[in-house]
Structure formats: structure tokens, C-alpha cells
Design a protein around this ligand. Structure first.
Ligand code: NAD
Length: 358
């Protein structure tokens, strides 16, 4: 297989963790006889420094011409000036828009070896394996907004808007994912209060009933879901929800496994390349110190092979290598405070060694 991948290392620990993911990609190409054409481009703070633009045209063109994009992270204190003309995060929002990425997929899985790093008790969290599908380009973040003076008071508003096709496409994507997992789909809304949620619920039920009758489907209100995630996270398989609810619930859920450094995510559109990245930021506090955990980015690489290239075997190999290396006791500082055994590069080397021995 021939594939074109674009790497966007970005800022902070981005270049360090993406370098390890690139080594893993090369090891996969060798092991499975693929030819991966890999190029690197700038985004975020480094792009502002070099061009004045957090997402230069040349980066957009390269991403659009690729099969998939792997991103490290953007941002850092150097670019935090609130009066600055532009910010690194603007590059991130723009690339999602340019690639038409309407769904964000976040798997939340606990690794048996790391269960005790979770803030929740082992008996609650052990065995959790949820795939969140968050709508990414609609809803309240993109609805009409503004400020006004009403009855003599400064007032602000932001409107939640959803159309039928926006709900249909993200629910379809989530239902397809559920079909390939344990066959359960939960739609989260606030239909007891919000009109867009009532539309969401009607459309989601129709899509699932008509197109995915084999799927076990239920609906949960977002406030109840916030509680269920802490009391019975194991009950959920695929969870689909709107932009605002997904933003909050996925951050809540990301605490379950106990480390930000282990969690990948994918943003997908209807056609064209998807964007694969760790969920954590650029961790400027540890950048350049060989302390960053590269596993979230390496797992994002597995998602990239699975979702963008439909290569389950290669993705499984990477995920198995991660589990094997964790089982051997290797830990970066974030998943073993005070007793880390390996740094960023060594963790990458262990994954590659494990892949080679399969
Ligand atoms: P962060 O995720 O970068 O860091 C939070 C804490 O987790 C830090 O202590 C950090 O050292 C640790 N951490 C994060 N990733 C780690 C890893 N792979 N290995 C070990 N430890 C890790 O969040 P923050 O500190 O709030 O933000 C730092 C910068 O990142 C900000 O500029 C923020 O805007 C940006 N950010 C970018 C993205 C993105 O690019 N997608 C996401 C979130 C934040």
C-alpha cells in the first residue's frame, strides 16, 4: 500500500512525540511492506514565528493532498499575549474547517496496568472502553452570537443551531463505529429543555431505527451522563453527542484512565484526509526534556491506520505493542510519578522493539 502522511509536529512537546510516532510508522511500513511518503509542515506558534500565520497556505495544501494528517500539539506561553494579532490555536480551528472535519472520535480506554492511576476506584473504572463521537462543526460554538444592551443591562447571547443533515451524518458515523465494536450506541442530549436537542433526538432515533436496526440504542440526558461516567462508565460503548456536550463530557471522561499522555483522538470528515492527534496540549513545562509520554500520539497513529487507511491489522499491532510495553513495566513520568523508568525516546524504541518481535 502507498500512503501520503503529513506530520504537523507543532509546538512544545509536539516535535518530540511526533518524532516517536514517525519511527513507529516507519517500523509498520517495513513490517507490512507498505510505502509511506511522510512530509512535515508547520502549524501553531512555530508557524506564527516563521510566517506570521498559524496555518500557512502551504500547510493547508499539503494536508489536503495527503491521505491523513498526524498532529502533535500547538501553543505555549510565548504566544499567549491576549493582544496578539493571532494565536496558535487559530491554526487548529482553521485546519479542522479546511478539511471539513465534522466528527471528533475519542476512545476512552483504561489500560489494566494503569488502572490505579485513575482518580476513581478500580472496581468502577476497570474495563472501561468508550468511544465518544462529538459533533465538531455545528451547535452553540458556531451559532449566531453577539452582545446587546437589554433593559439597560449589558447582555450576551450565543445560539445553539442544528440542522437535520448535520445530525444525520454524525449519528451515522457513530452507528457505523458501534456496528464494528460491541453494537451499542447512546445518544446524549438535553431534549427536556432544548429545542435543538429535540430535533437531535428525533433525527438520531430515525437514523438508527431505519439504517441500523441491529444496534442496541438508548438516549441519556447530558446531566445524567455526567454522573454515569463517574458511577458506571463500563455500561457505555459508543456515545454520540453535540459539540458543547461532547466538549465537556470528553474532558470529564479523559480523567478516567488517569493520564492525558495515553489518549488519542481523531477528527473525521465525509471525504478527504482526517486529522489524528493526542488529546493533550503542548506541555511547555516539560518540552525538550525527554519527559513527554509519546503513547497518545503513537495510539493516534494506530487510529490513523485504522480509520483513514482501513488497516486494522497494523493498528492492532501498534495497540498490542503499547499494551506489551506497559505490561513489561516501562513508564514515563506522567504515568508513574517519581519512579519513571523511561523517557520519550526510549518509550518509542520499546514500542518499535515490541513490533519487531511480533
Ligand atoms: P497540556 O495538556 O499541555 O498539559 C497539562 C499537564 O499535563 C502538564 O503538566 C503537562 O506536562 C502534562 N502533559 C500533557 N501531555 C503530556 C504528555 N504527553 N506526557 C507527559 N505529560 C503530559 O495542557 P495546558 O498546560 O493547559 O496547555 C499547554 C498549552 O497547550 C497551551 O498553550 C494550550 O493552549 C495548548 N493546548 C493545545 C492543544 C492542542 O494542540 N490540541 C490542546 C490543549 C491545550
Amino acid at each position: 500500500m502507498q500512503c501520503k502522511f503529513v506530520l504537523l509536529p507543532g509546538d512544545g512537546i509536539g516535535p518530540e512525540i511526533v518524532a516517536q510516532a514517525e519511527r513507529v510508522l516507519q517500523a509498520i511500513a517495513e513490517k507490512f511492506g507498505h510505502s509511506f511518503e511522510i512530509s512535515r509542515h508547520i502549524i501553531g506558534g512555530i508557524a506564527i514565528d516563521q510566517t506570521g500565520d498559524p496555518l500557512p497556505r502551504e500547510t493547508i495544501d499539503a494536508c489536503k493532498a495527503s491521505d491523513a494528517v498526524l498532529l502533535g500539539a500547538v501553543g505555549g506561553p510565548k504566544w499567549d499575549d491576549p493582544n496578539a494579532k493571532t494565536r496558535p490555536e487559530a491554526g487548529l480551528l482553521k485546519i479542522r474547517k479546511e478539511l471539513g472535519l465534522f466528527a471528533n472520535l475519542r476512545p476512552i480506554q483504561t489500560f489494566p496496568e494503569l488502572v490505579d492511576a485513575s482518580p476513581l476506584r478500580r472496581e468502577i473504572v476497570e474495563g472501561t472502553d468508550i468511544l465518544f463521537v462529538r459533533e465538531l462543526t455545528g451547535g452553540i460554538y458556531f451559532g449566531p452570537s453577539g452582545t446587546d444592551v437589554i433593559d439597560g443591562h449589558d447582555t450576551a447571547y450565543q445560539t445553539m443551531v442544528y440542522s437535520v443533515p448535520e445530525v444525520e451524518r454524525v449519528v451515522r458515523l457513530a452507528a457505523e463505529a458501534a456496528r464494528n465494536r460491541r453494537g451499542k450506541l447512546t445518544s446524549v442530549d438535553k431534549a427536556n429543555v432544548l429545542e435543538p436537542s429535540r430535533l437531535w433526538r428525533r433525527v438520531a432515533e430515525r437514523v438508527v431505527k431505519n439504517e441500523f436496526p441491529e444496534i442496541e440504542y438508548n438516549v441519556v440526558l447530558v446531566d445524567a451522563m455526567a454522573m454515569h461516567l463517574l458511577s458506571r462508565p463500563r455500561d457505555y460503548d459508543v456515545v454520540v453527542t453535540s459539540n458543547l456536550f461532547g466538549d465537556i463530557l470528553t474532558d470529564e471522561a479523559s480523567m478516567l484512565p488517569g493520564s492525558l499522555g495515553m489518549l488519542p483522538s481523531a477528527s473525521i470528515g465525509s471525504s478527504g484526509p482526517g486529522l489524528f492527534e493526542p488529546i493533550h496540549g503542548s506541555a511547555p513545562d516539560i518540552a525538550g526534556k525527554d519527559l513527554a509520554n509519546p503513547l497518545a500520539t503513537i495510539l493516534a497513529t494506530a487510529m490513523m491506520l485504522r480509520h483513514a487507511m482501513k488497516r486494522n491489522e497494523e493498528a492492532d499491532a501498534i495497540e498490542t505493542a503499547v499494551r506489551t510495553v506497559l505490561a513489561s513495566g516501562a513508564r514515563t513520568a506522567d504515568i508513574s510519578p517519581g519512579t519513571a523508568s523511561v523517557g520519550t525516546k526510549e518509550m518509542g524504541s520499546l514500542i518499535i522493539k515490541s513490533l519487531a518481535s511480533m
